[in-house]
Design a protein around this ligand. Structure first.
Ligand SMILES: C[S@@+](CC[C@H](N)C(=O)[O-])C[C@H]1O[C@@H](n2cnc3c(N)ncnc32)[C@H](O)[C@@H]1O
Ligand SMILES: [Zn+2]
Length: 297
């Protein structure tokens, strides 16, 4: 893993730092000798031996999300996020000359992180660089994320465990439809860093909620989101992003499979429901981007 983001990682076994890996090496080792395999695709499983009670997203769910996002339906959300992250990085602390770091918690297939880095990183010689860490519990997702973002330190990790990252190192923690461990996000952020959370607004894809099994999934209210961060973060700003979509039957199928309902949908039943839809279905994607500042105690 030739990535300077490795400098901010800590060994989940002993809490010590990792050694640099040489090109071609297939393990990440801490200075106390704990060793974690680097997968062929480039991600590292730091969860080894920890076990987890969370059902990871399956290969089918991950493929559906990849197809849907790659089709560009949520491109406007990616653009809005790049703008938000760019603004946060530009406002970094005076005198902080460390390379900016984005931590993408629940990076999934790495789509949004990829779009953000593509917008903000200047590849020309001497251009600005950004370090990045992608955490996800699904190795199926990380296989894709590693291919998409080869310069990111992509790690299999459970966001409900203490994060394998040093304190006060991240400029931005991104949480896009993923679990929110407020205490740990606050610990890893720099004092001037920001937590950027994306959640669906009430009414998100309401037009296809029945078909996709999203009906009955509790809608998240902004007040609940803010309450969940209490003690660690205060809300600084929020933005609505609304995207008008025209979804093919294949798109609707992907939406159904890529969300939490994908864990228990019956493929036959889904195919029947989708088959009854017209060739295209209008729908409105309703997102909320919330920007939180850590509370410095
Ligand atoms: C709805 S997906 C969003 C993925 C990505 N942020 C995106 O928007 O494309 C939620 C992601 O959170 C991951 N996830 C769920 N529970 C997790 C946990 N406890 N620790 C780490 N990742 C988790 C899932 O594997 C999945 O990739
Ligand atoms: Zn160690």
């Amino acid at each position: 893993m030739e990535n300077s983001a490795v400098d901010v990682l800590i060994c989940p076994v002993c809490g010590l730092e990792f050694m640099d890996t040489l090109p071609g090496e297939n393990a990440l080792k801490c200075i106390d000798g704990h060793s974690f395999d680097i997968a062929r695709q480039g991600y590292v499983n730091l969860l080894t031996g920890h076990g987890t009670k969370f059902a990871q997203d399956t290969a089918t769910m991950v493929a559906a999300r990849d197809d849907f996002l790659d089709a560009g339906h949520y491109g406007a959300l990616a653009e809005a996020l790049a703008e938000v992250v760019g603004t946060v990085l530009a406002a970094g602390a005076p005198g902080d000359h460390s390379r900016p770091l984005i931590l993408d918690a629940g990076t999934g297939t790495g789509y949004y992180l990829n779009r953000i880095l593509a917008t903000l990183v200047d590849d020309s010689p001497g251009g600005s660089t950004i370090d990045s860490v992608g955490l996800d519990i699904s190795k199926f997702a990380l296989r894709r994320a590693s291919r998409r973002n080869p310069d990111t330190a992509n790690l299999v990790w459970d966001l409900w465990q203490p994060l394998p990252v040093e304190a006060a190192r991240a400029d931005v923690v991104l949480v896009i439809f993923a679990p929110r461990n407020a205490a740990e996000f606050a610990r890893v952020l720099k004092p001037r860093g920001r937590l950027v959370v994306v959640t669906p607004r009430p009414g998100h894809l309401a037009q296809i909620a029945q078909t996709t099994g999203m009906l009955g999934i509790q809608e998240e209210k902004e007040a609940g989101l803010v309450a969940g961060m209490a003690g660690h973060f205060q809300l600084q700003e929020s933005r609505d992003v609304t995207i008008t979509l025209n979804l093919s039957r294949g798109d609707v199928r992907n939406v159904a499979l890529m969300g939490p309902a994908g864990h228990h949908l019956d493929p036959q039943e889904l195919a029947e429901k989708v088959g009854e839809l017209p060739p295209t279905t209008p729908a409105s994607a309703e997102f909320l981007i919330s920007i939180f500042a850590p509370i410095i105690s």
